[in-house]
Design a protein around this ligand. Structure first.
Ligand SMILES: [Fe+2]
Length: 361
């Protein structure tokens, strides 16, 4: 081996390695922002696998090419990784800017390294939200999302979840979509949803899975359970003389021309929506808080790192918890059930209890 070959080979291998890392980053970006948003089905499977195969083939080609001409070819994957690094920095800055309050209480929160499967390990987070425009009494909201009824999780688990919700004695109970994964399990909804009630109202919007499998059937079972499906409508609830306006927003799956109401200064405006991606559409309209699910907190999380994949146009910008975006409080639960795969790893399911209180001063 000549001296030049001795140096060229490690560089070629390094170029190959760099290309593989860059390709993985590109795939994860595509997965987060576009591919996971496709409707479940054969086409989605083909697209997910096809994209992986194409990217893998490009890396192999690059490796072969790099073994002949390594130096110039280091530039492409390096440029990709620099762009990914800049994107990650922007994400960290935005998360810091949008960071909301920590919960004032938590039950059963925290994963254990020795027990990675957390599918049924429900946590409960309790938030308190002081609102300057609210003059009423403490208003308790229970926020439940992503039940994903699909026959995989035991009935006893859902009974336990709903018993915990009932124990909180909420004034308002919100379900923010993905009630089922398979339409044949929609008939089980009344048995689950009737186990807890909001004293003033129990409301729901549908999520992408509900839309994909049969929105009419899911909506019919929601109504059969005595839960009001908001859809893209708004509802007014009077709390001892104080007005609360609660709107549903099922975009992008509903295709209605959503027109939010003009809110009076004394009215408390709340929104139920499935995907937190809608948040930028919901600022500047006078709403105080938005309740969403959809992300499952990633469903698979790495300890100390967080989620690998979040089905969002904004990648991992918002994953779980409380954020404040342009003055609007955004609550994102991890949800109760799980979709594909039907397991959670280092990622607890949860429900939120949010108390809205009058801000002092
Ligand atoms: Fe979901």
């Amino acid at each position: 081996m000549s001296l030049s070959e001795f140096f060229v080979q490690p560089i070629a291998l390094f170029s190959w390695f760099l290309s593989a890392v860059a390709a993985l980053c590109i795939y994860l970006i595509l997965l987060n922002r576009y591919l996971l948003l496709l409707s479940d089905g054969r086409l989605k499977t083909v697209v997910l696998r096809g994209t992986l195969v194409v990217i893998g083939a490009v890396v192999l080609l690059f490796g072969w090419w790099a073994s002949h001409n390594p130096w110039p070819l280091l530039l492409a994957p390096t440029a990709v990784l620099i762009a990914v690094g800049i994107g990650e920095m922007q994400r960290i800055i935005l998360r810091r800017r949008y960071r909301g309050a920590s919960p004032i209480g938590a039950e059963n929160a925290g994963v254990v390294l020795a027990a990675p499967i957390t599918t049924l390990d429900l946590a409960v987070y309790h938030y308190e939200l002081p609102v300057p425009r609210w003059r009423g009494r403490r208003l308790r909201i229970a926020h439940v999302s992503d039940l994903h009824l699909n026959g995989d999780l035991p009935e006893a688990y859902y009974s336990m979840v709903m018993a915990r919700v009932a124990r909180a004695e909420p004034d308002l109970l919100f379900f923010t979509g993905d009630l089922v994964t398979k339409v044949e399990h929609a008939v089980e909804l009344p048995a689950v949803l009737t186990l807890a009630r909001g004293r003033l109202a129990t409301l729901a919007v549908l999520g992408n899975h509900d839309y994909w499998v049969g929105p009419q059937q899911v909506a019919a079972q929601v109504e059969a359970a005595g839960v009001t499906r908001l859809g893209d409508r708004c509802l007014r609830v009077n709390v001892e003389g104080h007005e609360v306006v609660i709107c549903g927003y099922e975009a992008p799956w509903s295709r209605t021309d959503w027109r939010p109401p003009a809110l009076a200064a004394h009215e408390l405006g709340l929104v139920l929506t499935h995907t937190p991606d809608n948040i930028y559409r919901l600022t500047g309209l006078g709403f105080v808080a938005v309740f969403a699910g959809h992300y499952h907190a990633g469903q698979v999380r790495l300890p100390w790192f967080g989620p690998i994949v979040v089905p969002s146009r904004y990648g991992r910008r918002f994953d779980h918890g409380h954020f404040v975006v342009d003055g609007v409080h955004l609550f994102i639960t991890a949800g109760v059930g799980s979709a594909v795969p039907p397991r959670r790893i280092y990622c607890q399911p949860d429900i939120f209890i949010v108390d809205i209180v009058a801000a002092k001063g």
